[in-house]
Design a protein around this ligand. Structure first.
Ligand SMILES: [Mn+2]
Length: 407
């Protein structure tokens, strides 16, 4: 069985308010080619299909269009699980229609995939957290763990048990319990796989945002995954990597596109896995193109910045422009830069000789966001802001940063 492992497409994602959907569309076109050229039997998409629980219509259209093309009228099987960015109910809503095209959608760890025909292939057996499939005469048992939030995890683990029990164990222990109970479905005569969307300890986030879950509770130990799994297709971390100590069989494939400045050093990949019953998998890496790189331009003066924009006006790239200057950059200068180079994401003046220590009155770092806002409001409006306004602003800001900081 030849498997293609991908994840974290984040369709519909923006960067500094700029849509990345043109790049995503280019990737999806190339992805369809990779599937066809490599005669893939099974595509595993390990969550975060969309960037947002309520994705733009174009993102949904791109996803369905891609599924239809890779399906080839049901000749190929695709398995999709939801990530923390997806709305599980919404993601699987198209499941019944997708079935004829050989597409299996799993929304939560509790989802039970209906048995029967999926395009030209079959789901022979299923239950919470697993499916047994038959693809071109080969059988495989796949453990399916879409993003296991605390709530979803407890629903599947402790159904009918008293609450005291669940408090005893850490998140990681509970994920271990889940896999430990699911692995009983593995057999000697099946290809034994797993697909999950979660963060594993020791995996290198490499800048793909500090996750708020890293406060501790949502990290799982690499030992949580069954030794019996021949391959585990993971999603959530944007840098492709093997989970340490797992003999290369447990991997994050990463996201197909550089989604922010911190990711620009990552190579973008997906993995092709040849799996046979009772044998070690053969794994091949496919490198993906960078469609529109994110660049940081450092300029020593405003004039140099304008010149750089002019010289590179036809270059396809997103730009963060850092400009050293001893005065503010004027509106007309900003306009000039943006007229030359249309994809400037941000212009960051670096005031010469000004550092946080010696800039009196500017030591923002010591003040809370709330205080800074109040001071600003009082200065502009000459009155104190209502508590309601402050609360609303703080709630919006905290939601935004929560969204930003998860993978
Ligand atoms: Mn994620």
């Amino acid at each position: 069985m030849r498997i293609l492992h991908t994840a974290d497409w984040h369709l519909g994602k923006n960067l500094e308010g700029q849509s990345r959907m043109d790049e995503q569309e280019q990737f999806l076109n190339d992805f369809v080619d990779i599937v066809q050229e490599n005669n893939i039997d099974l595509i595993m998409i390990a969550g975060d299909i969309y960037d947002n629980p309520n994705p733009p219509a174009r993102a949904e259209k791109m996803f369905y269009d891609t599924l239809k093309r890779i399906s080839k009228n049901g000749e190929r099987l695709t398995l999709v699980i939801s990530g923390n960015h997806d709305n599980p109910d919404r993601l699987v809503a198209a499941g019944p229609l997708a079935r004829d095209h050989g597409i299996i959608m799993v929304g939560t760890p509790k989802t039970v995939v209906p048995c029967g025909q999926y395009g030209k292939h079959k789901v022979l057996d299923s239950g919470e957290g697993f499916i047994e499939i038959e693809v071109n005469g080969e059988r495989s048992v796949i453990l399916t763990v879409p993003y296991p939030s605390e709530k979803r995890l407890n629903e599947v683990l402790y159904d009918g048990m008293d609450e005291e029990e669940e408090k005893v164990k850490s998140y990681s222990d509970r994920i271990f319990l889940l896999f430990n109970s699911l692995k009983q479905h593995y057999r000697e005569d099946t290809i034994n796989l797993a697909i999950a969307h979660l963060f594993t300890m020791g995996s290198e986030e490499g800048g793909s945002e500090r996750s708020i879950q890293l406060g501790g509770s949502y990290i799982v130990d690499g030992e949580c995954f069954p030794k019996e799994s021949q391959y585990v297709a993971l999603g959530h971390v944007h840098k492709p990597q093997v989970v340490p100590g797992t003999q290369k069989r447990i991997r994050y494939c990463g996201s197909p596109i550089h989604y922010n400045k911190k990711e620009i050093s990552f190579e973008k990949k997906c993995f092709i896995v040849d799996a046979k019953v009772n044998e070690e998998c053969e794994i091949r890496e496919i490198s993906l193109k960078v469609y529109k790189p994110i660049e940081v331009w450092k300029c020593n003066s405003i004039e140099e910045a304008i010149l750089m924009c002019e010289e590179n006006k036809d270059k396809e790239c997103w730009v963060y422009l850092e400009v050293k200057t001893d005065r503010y950059i004027r509106e007309d200068e900003i306009k000039q830069m943006k007229e030359f180079k249309k994809d400037i994401l941000e212009i960051m003046p670096k005031v010469k000789g000004l550092s946080m220590d010696d800039s009196e009155g500017l030591n923002l770092s010591e003040k809370s966001f709330e205080d800074i806002f109040k001071e600003f409001y009082e200065k502009e409006r000459k009155v104190e802001p209502d508590e309601e306004v402050v609360d609303l602003l703080l709630s919006i800001v905290s939601e935004e940063s929560a969204l930003d900081e998860t993978n």
